[in-house]
Ligand binder design. Structure first.
Ligand code: HEC
Ligand code: HEC
Ligand code: HEC
Length: 459
């Protein structure tokens, strides 16, 4: 434990003691003055370059995914978000002066996005990715504000308030948390790198907040590294919403950092490549955010991610392209084709359940069924996503360029824990893959977590 962490703990404890009165004062002082009714028509700023830039940046920041409840108007808030500290409900960020952020000045807006402080002074929980948004430069902040002020339909309804259990109900605790985890300051370009690399870094670290899902977190819920400058844990893979968000850097296993730039751009634009497909929490990211980004910006993101953790020398990690090319000649493919696999229970489960789509050589079908050979998901250190895919199935994103949400069926109802463990262990050891074996215990855990939460019975 480093000194900063220890002192941070003390600071948090001190803050905790003084917090009650402060929080109550905030509540009773809250303004209740009548405000003029919001005009129903959205001013037509469309076409204005600053406005259009703001609309684009709102896509990059994926504000809509968190700030919209299912079936409700965009940006009206009300989406419940589960965290280890309790459920946090997103707020209304439409320009309604009372229910939303219509009373925010540009300075208030920038402070909320960069420092996690609302207009009335209360601290936001970091379920709002302000530690990432802190990197956003002034020009982009102005454009975002212009869009939220002029381009969003006001919604007069206020979502239910967030009600975390004590002590997390004390928002001033976030002062201590920010001291540990909030790095202030907009993105500072690295002059040793190209403009394209810096553009990618700015988008990934800042508005794109990719690290919020792809970087592991501490027990206090802060990311362990906020940028490549903070070490190897940045974008090194993490569990989010019961899925494993793959590493977005070079590691000792196959990862997307080895893909061609064309494949990375295609994945972010369409949710699929010739050899892999997006699933889980990444589906909404592709649908609501990355598919709307310009090819130049996605190309810049590719350049940045391909550079992370790149090492010269040492044993080379085989690429998916190379393993797919070699897979038809692999002994596993021959054995599956010849039907000489009875002794291997994992191979039998594969033949009976997976072979039709993913094929005996594990190469699948272009943009329809992912190749399992050399696949970063199949070779991942953490098998959570693999187990969940087989138990519960999944569907690809539906995007403008690739509208069909091709799905993988669920097998949880017909395969028991040891079947799932053996078929995944088989896939992780075949066609040149080098993933560790999966145990029935690991499968049982994921199956348990997928059970619908029992709802309280009414009176
Ligand atoms: C990962 C989810 C997530 C994303 C993405 C996100 N927000 Fe938020 N945001 C939240 C949550 C949750 C809150 C409420 C936090 C709380 O109540 O402590 C919030 C609060 C806010 C607030 C403070 C409003 C208030 O008075 O409570 C503003 C302003 C805001 N978000 C703007 C944005 C903008 C603009 C974007 C896109 C650039 C964005 N948010 C993206 C989750 C998100
Ligand atoms: C809400 C959480 C979340 C956010 C935010 C997020 N991702 Fe992901 N991402 C995931 C999950 C979960 C997966 C694993 C599913 C998969 O591989 O399709 C994933 C997978 C990926 C993959 C495929 C990796 C592989 O090895 O197959 C890429 C590429 C990727 N994300 C890029 C990004 C980029 C770039 C950003 C930021 C612009 C981003 N992600 C933001 C959750 C997220
Ligand atoms: C009907 C065709 C079909 C069958 C049968 C099938 N899958 Fe899939 N599989 C898919 C599709 C489609 C996807 C992409 C799903 C997505 O992206 O949401 C997929 C994705 C996957 C992935 C993730 C790869 C990636 O890059 O996204 C793995 C691993 C996988 N399947 C393993 C299996 C195993 C093991 C079985 C047998 C138990 C199986 N599949 C049976 C169609 C199938």
């Amino acid at each position: 434990m480093n000194a900063r962490r220890v002192y941070g703990g003390i600071a948090a404890a001190v803050v905790l003691m003084g917090a009650g009165a402060w929080a109550m004062a905030q509540k009773s002082d809250a303004p209740v003055a009548a405000t003029p009714a919001a005009s129903a028509a959205v001013p037509t700023a469309a076409g204005d370059p600053v406005f259009e830039r703001g609309r684009y940046l709102a896509r990059v920041g994926d504000c809509v995914s968190c700030h919209t409840a299912p079936g409700k108007p965009a940006f009206g808030g009300g989406l419940p978000m589960k965290t280890p500290f309790g459920t946090i409900v997103s707020t209304n960020i439409t320009p309604d002066p009372q229910a939303g952020i219509g009373a925010y000045t540009e300075a208030d807006f920038a402070r909320a996005l960069r420092e996690g402080v609302a207009k009335d002074g209360h601290r936001l929980y970091p379920a709002m990715p302000y530690p990432s948004f802190a990197r956003v430069n002034d020009e982009d902040m102005h454009a975002l504000f212009t869009f939220f002020r002029n381009g969003v339909q006001p919604v007069a309804q206020q979502p239910p308030p967030t009600d975390l259990p004590w002590p997390f109900s004390m928002r001033s605790l976030m002062i201590g948390w920010n001291w540990l985890y909030l790095d202030k300051g907009t993105y500072q370009p690295d002059s040793a790198r190209s403009a394209e690399w810096n553009r990618g870094a700015y988008l990934v670290q800042g508005l794109g907040h990719c690290g919020d899902c792809h970087t592991p977190r501490s027990v206090l819920g802060g990311v362990k590294a906020a940028s490549d400058r903070k070490g190897e844990l940045y974008l090194s893979g993490a569990i989010i919403d019961g899925w494993y968000a793959q590493p977005l850097r070079h590691t000792d296993r196959p990862t997307m950092a080895q893909w061609s730039s064309e494949d990375i751009v295609q994945y972010l634009q369409t949710g699929r490549t010739g050899q892999t497909a997006a699933f889980g929490a990444m589906v909404a990211v592709v649908q609501n955010s990355t598919q709307h980004m310009s090819t130049a910006d996605l190309q810049a993101i590719a350049v940045y991610l391909q550079s992370l953790g790149a090492k010269s020398g040492g044993p080379a990690v085989p690429t998916q392209a190379a393993l797919v090319a070699a897979a038809p000649q692999h002994p596993t493919a021959q054995a599956l084709r010849n039907g000489t696999v009875e002794a291997n229970s994992g191979a039998m489960v594969y033949l009976n359940n997976c072979n039709a789509c993913h094929r005996s050589d594990g190469t699948g079908a272009n943009k329809t069924f992912p190749a399992l050979a050399g696949n970063s998901v199949v070779n991942a250190k953490d098998p959570t996503s693999l187990i969940r895919l087989v138990l519960a199935g999944s569907a690809m994103p539906s995007t403008t360029q690739a509208p069909s949400p091709i799905a993988m069926p669920d097998f949880g109802w017909r395969l028991n824990d040891s079947d799932v463990a053996s078929v995944l262990s088989f896939a992780r050891a075949s066609w040149g893959n080098q993933g560790d074996a999966v145990t029935a215990g690991q499968v049982a855990k994921v199956r348990e977590a997928l059970k619908p939460v029992a709802t309280a019975k009414g009176p």
